[in-house]
Design a protein around this ligand. Structure first.
Ligand SMILES: Nc1nc2c([nH]c(=O)n2[C@@H]2O[C@H](COP(=O)(O)OP(=O)(O)OP(=O)(O)O)[C@@H](O)[C@H]2O)c(=O)[nH]1
Length: 131
């Protein structure tokens, strides 16, 4: 069986909106929207992974809080285990550095986008936490 890829995700809420990013047109799951994050590197804690990915992808310094949940999913390109954490923005303005695009989505606009299958339970969880 293929190895499970551990992925850390940071759910940043600011002014009742959540930060979502769009995947690049090349690579797996092109053009889909997602929660910023990425693979946990060897020797890295989830907190360090999430803080690193948020800085690399969108230039935000965040603090990592409580875990939201853990979800596993097998794609044709590999199996992932997503670890999602509530995050708070400490400094910086989000900008699309290593992502195709980004937006701060409210509950309604969150549902207007397409996400990877593995992220759907997380997206529902986030939507229910937004006013
Ligand atoms: N960031 C992120 N990845 C997700 C989500 N949902 C989901 O299935 N994934 C999967 O998690 C895996 C890791 O994501 P990634 O490719 O962004 O990781 P990375 O930045 O470390 O990639 P790299 O190897 O290109 O540097 C991918 O297989 C991706 O499809 C999500 O909501 N956010």
């Amino acid at each position: 069986m293929a190895r499970l890829i551990e992925v850390g995700l940071g759910v940043v809420i600011d002014s009742e909106r959540v930060l979502v990013t769009q995947r690049k047109p090349d690579g797996p799951l092109p053009g889909l929207w997602e929660i910023p994050g990425g693979k946990v590197e060897r020797g890295e804690t989830h907190e360090v992974c999430v803080r690193r990915e948020l800085m690399e992808e969108v230039g935000l310094e965040v603090s990592v809080g409580a875990i939201i949940g853990v979800w596993e999913h097998a794609y044709p390109h590999g199996a992932v285990r997503l670890w999602a954490y509530w995050c708070r923005r400490l400094s910086g303005e989000a900008r699309a550095i290593e992502v195709a695009d980004l937006t701060w989505a409210d509950r309604l606009s969150l549902h207007e986008r397409s996400y990877p299958e593995a992220s759907l339970p997380l997206i529902s969880e986030i939507a229910s936490a937004l006013p």
